[in-house]
Every structure is written in C-alpha cells, then in structure tokens.
Design a protein around this ligand. Structure first.
Ligand code: CTP
Length: 400
C-alpha cells in the first residue's frame, strides 16, 4: 500500500498562477488513494475555482471561514482530521500570514489549529522570493517544523528568470510522500539502493551493458523514502524516470558502483542491491575507437568483484537473484555466497518479471525461513513488501 493510501490531505491553495498545478496535483493524490479536501484563499479563487477541486477529488473545497457546518466549527474539524496540511502554491503574502500567526481566513485559522505536519511550496517571482521579508517568513516556518519545498530556478509566468518557480506535480508528490512517511518504520535510518545496469567501456564509444531499466531499484528507493529512511540511490544506466526526494549518486562501471557502495554504506543501516552489475569487464579499454580490420576480434574479459559479497555483514544486506533457470537452487547459493540477509529471486526470462516490466514475481529467501513465493505484483507493491522485511531486520539489528 502506498504511503498516500487513505491519508487525509488538506490542500491549501493560494492566489498564484501556479494554482493551476494544484488541480493536477489534487487529481493525482486522489488517484493514489488520498482523501483531498481543498481550502482556497479568496485570491486563489481568481485563478482556479472550488469546482475544479471538487470535480477531481470528490471532496469539498472551501473558501469562506464562516461556511455553515452544522454541529462543528469548520476550521477546527478540518484541522483535527488532517494527516497533512500542504499549502501549494504558497504566496509571499500567505507565507507571511502563516509565519506571523494571522488568522484572517479559513486557511490561516486551520493552520493555527492543526497538529498535522505542514508543507509549503512557495511560488512567486524571484524578487519576491529572495526578499528578506519572504526569507524571514520561511525561516520562521522552518523553525516551527514546516517542510519547505525548495522552488526552482526558471522562467516564471512574468517572463523573469530566477529562483521562485514551483516544482512540477511529480516532484511535489515525492515531497508529500516523504513528509507523510517521515515517522515510518525506517525513520532516522540510512538505506543505500543500487539501480540500473553498469556499463563497461570497450573504447571511447562502445561498452558492454545490460537491459536493466532501473524500475525495480527506483521502486525500492521510493519505498524506503516513504518509510522515513534517508535514501542514497546509486544509479547506473537506466531508462525509467528517476525518483525524487533522495540523494542520487550517478555511476557508470561496476568498479564505480563498488566505490560508491563502499563509501555510502559506511554509515548505512541497509544495502539493497537491485543494480544489474556486469560480472566481467574488458581487460583494457582502448583509448581510440576500435577500427574494423576484416578479421575476427577477440576481447579478453576479467571478472569484477562481487559488490554485495564484499560489504560487511554489520548492515542488512539484500540482493536479487536474476535467473533464467534453476531459480531457487541458484538463489539459495547466492544467499550463502554473498552473506545476504535476504535474496529476492526472479525469473528474468519471463515477460512479467523480466527487464523493463512494470510487474515482478519474486520468491523470498532468507537464512531461517523456507522460500516464500509472493504473487505477481506491481514493482511498487513488491518494493513495499521488501521494505517491510528490511525494516524488521534493521529494527532487530539495532536492538541486538
Ligand atoms: N551483484 C553484486 N556484484 C556483482 C554482481 C552481482 O553485488 N559483481 C549483486 C546484484 O546486484 C544482485 C545479486 O548480487 O543483488 C545477484 O546478482 P545476479 O546477477 O543475479 O548474480 P551474480 O552474482 O552476477 O551471479 P551469476 O551471474 O553467476 O548468476
């Protein structure tokens, strides 16, 4: 289940042209299973209407603080039932009102009343954003525990290019998920995830690679982030769009990946090796492009080190066994030879669990339990199950 599923999100929308993105955001949150109730400032309603939000969320959208709500006081009822108050977009004026505790409309009264986590996504021209007054409002809000979504450098609707542009919906959702998951089962823990396929150079233009899309590794990194972990994603070549809300370390070869894994696992609680690592590399990479000679060309390959095997057992070690035959027997060997706590075995010759698929069917192997086959699931669901197992082992280890 996604961290958004069943969550009650209060979406505060302010009077900025970026308010149009809030409609798409509300729609996507709703589709991901969140219950989204919207509060518009009166200026927000000049850009978008309450009807836009009720249409995509099937929940009420309010403007007026004094909306009659029989049997309860609206802003208190909204504040009490929220899992998150997300002010998107947040204008300079509303940031100042929130920071100063002004309570002159439904949004600000709800903000003062709620004990839910608060997220604000500033959206304005660069001059307004960098102004000392706005920065002081943001500093006050950060001090009081609010999560501030960093705006981007870019072209604002005015045509000015500066920092103040609100990130796109996918990035906003990643930030919302991270805030909702903050106190999750991996809160305060560091999880290193590898994803994608390594590339071993033959010459300046060619390499030996593999068909990894990165999708499984990305789903695992997102699931770890949604459990509250600080995630370091070590990313080799991928074709899928990378996840947000984590530190990303790009690598090319298996040796690069090994160096990055060793550096980042020094402080980590768990390593999940979803990366497709080349077992062999060309002994030498030529300095110049290889020319056709008319004769056969032999390339001598030498073995790369096993990254998972050489990582100390002090942290929780998780691997995959990508197999095309004898799946269980081969995966069991890997559990022992790599000193892994968990191995997830999958048959990569199957279209539903192979490279580039959106689904996966895995068998869980661990030292103390017999192999446990899981049903065919979306990679995001497989990732959530894997992270549950990882979190349990991390907890066990930290109490040992
Ligand atoms: N792995 C690793 N370092 C390598 C090769 C693989 O850490 N040099 C990791 C993979 O990320 C995966 C697990 O080990 O989590 C198993 O990878 P897989 O490709 O299935 O197996 P190999 O160890 O490469 O063995 P083989 O190719 O013989 O099946």
């Amino acid at each position: 289940m996604s961290v958004l599923s069943g969550k009650r999100i209060l979406l505060g929308v302010c009077g900025s042209i970026a308010a149009f993105k809030a409609v798409a955001l509300a729609s996507q949150l709703n589709q991901a299973g969140a219950e989204v109730t919207t509060i518009l400032t009166k200026d927000a309603a000049r850009f978008v209407t309450p009807l836009s939000f009720t249409s995509v969320t099937q929940q009420p959208a309010y403007i007026d603080l004094f909306t009659p709500d029989p049997g309860r006081i609206l802003h208190i009822a909204l504040a009490e039932k929220a899992d998150l108050l997300a002010v998107i977009p947040a204008t300079a004026h509303t940031l100042a009102r929130l920071a100063q505790g002004l309570s002159d409309d439904l949004l600000t009264c709800t903000y003062l009343s709620t004990r839910a986590p608060v997220l604000v996504a500033p959206a304005m021209d660069g001059g307004m954003y960098s102004n000392a007054a706005t920065q002081a409002s943001l500093a006050t809000l950060r001090d009081s525990g609010a999560h501030v979504v960093e705006p981007l450098e870019g072209r604002a609707a005015s045509g000015l290019v500066a920092k103040g542009r609100m990130p796109e919906v996918d990035a906003l959702i990643a930030e919302i998920r991270a805030v909702l998951g903050k106190n999750g089962s991996l809160s305060g823990k560091i999880v290193v995830v590898t994803a994608g396929g390594t590339q071993e150079p033959l010459d300046p233009v060619r390499y030996i690679g593999n068909r990894s899309s990165g999708k499984m590794g990305f789903a695992l990194a997102e699931a770890a982030r949604d459990c509250g972990a600080r995630v370091v994603l070590i990313k080799a070549a991928t074709t899928a769009p990378p996840p947000l809300g984590m530190t990303s370390v790009p690598v090319t070869t298996a040796a690069d990946m090994q160096a990055a894994v060793n550096e980042h696992t020094a402080q980590a609680d768990a390593l999940i090796m979803a990366g497709a690592v080349a077992d062999y590399r060309p002994e030498t990479a030529r300095d110049q492009k290889t020319k056709r000679t008319g004769d056969p060309l032999a390339i001598r390959l030498v073995e790369n080190e096993d990254i998972l095997a050489q990582v100390p057992r002090t942290l929780v070690k998780v691997g995959f066994a990508a197999e095309t035959e004898d799946v269980l027997k081969n995966a069991e060997k890997k559990l022992t030879s790599k000193g892994a706590d968990l191995i997830f075995a999958n048959d990569v010759s199957h279209p539903e669990s192979g490279f580039g698929a959106d689904t996966n069917r895995v068998v869980v192997l661990s030292k103390d339990h017999s192999p446990e086959p899981l049903p065919l699931m979306a990679k995001s669901e497989v990732a959530a199950v894997i992270l549950e197992r990882v979190a349990a082992l991390v907890q066990e280890r930290s109490h040992a």
